[in-house]
Design a protein. Structure first.
Length: 245
């Protein structure tokens, strides 16, 4: 899989992309990440990427020409690319979108905006999707691009050491993750739940599912309305509610 990032601040990416799971995925050539400086696709001697907004107002707007020229130079064939424009106005990124992107065969482009906004014609004539990572405003699209690349890369086969790791994380079940513990078994009078050291793998799996549901009921109950609950899940919910009485 190839990720192409178009930004005016390419230096932002190098530290993060050269650590941890992303670095290992790059070394194993499971992914490729190419960072492109938008200013390289300008035509004036000042390498201008922004201008004043039509109609007046505060801030500057990023010009459309450099984005079009960058994408069409890097990957001329429209059928070989998928372009994500990062914006607070976009569809909210979630695990379902991450899974869908992890199966993408085309190059995935990230258009990282700065200043007040990107010219609307970039969205209309170039971008395939407009994506947001949350209901808040950042100074640019670079952090959202890193968030999406990280989430998608984890789901690509052979990236994680344990092939089942991604399947049991938060939101892969459609609900929050269960609590995790490691040694020591007692730390500052806080003990690991006895079930986890019982050796009964069937009961451990049931405990984990129950605790994941308990956590979701408490913190994000709306998520349970979006998944298909099994008969066993319904029993676990009844148990949790009885325990809370």
């Amino acid at each position: 899989m190839i990720f192409d990032i178009i930004t005016i601040f390419p230096g932002i990416f190098y530290a993060y992309l050269n650590e941890g799971i992303i670095k290992r995925a790059l070394q194993k050539e499971l992914i490729k990440i190419k960072v492109h400086n938008l200013r390289d696709y300008t035509k004036d001697r000042h390498r201008t990427v922004d201008d004043y907004p039509y109609g007046g107002g505060s801030g500057m707007v990023m010009k459309p020409e450099p984005f079009f020229d960058a994408v069409e130079t890097i990957c001329p064939d429209r059928t070989e690319r998928r372009i994500l424009m990062l914006s607070p106005a976009g569809k909210k990124f979630d695990q379902e979108i991450a899974a869908e992107l992890s199966r993408e065969k085309r190059r995935i482009f990230f258009l990282c905006g700065r200043y007040e906004a990107i010219d609307e014609r970039v969205k209309i004539g170039l971008a395939d999707d407009e994506v947001s990572i949350g209901d808040y405003v950042l100074t640019g699209g670079e952090l959202p691009a890193l968030v999406i690349i990280d989430a998608v890369t984890r789901l690509i086969p052979d990236v994680l050491g344990d092939e089942h790791s991604a399947e049991i994380e938060s939101f892969s079940w459609g609900i929050l993750d269960f609590p995790h513990y490691t040694r020591p078994s007692v730390f500052r009078d806080m003990a690991v739940p006895e079930m986890l050291i019982s050796g009964n793998h069937k009961e451990i799996q049931r405990w984990r599912r129950k605790e994941a549901i308990r956590r979701t009921l408490k913190r994000r109950p709306e998520l349970l309305k979006k998944i298909r609950l099994t008969d066993e899940d319904c029993k676990l919910i009844d148990e949790i509610r009885e325990e809370s009485q």
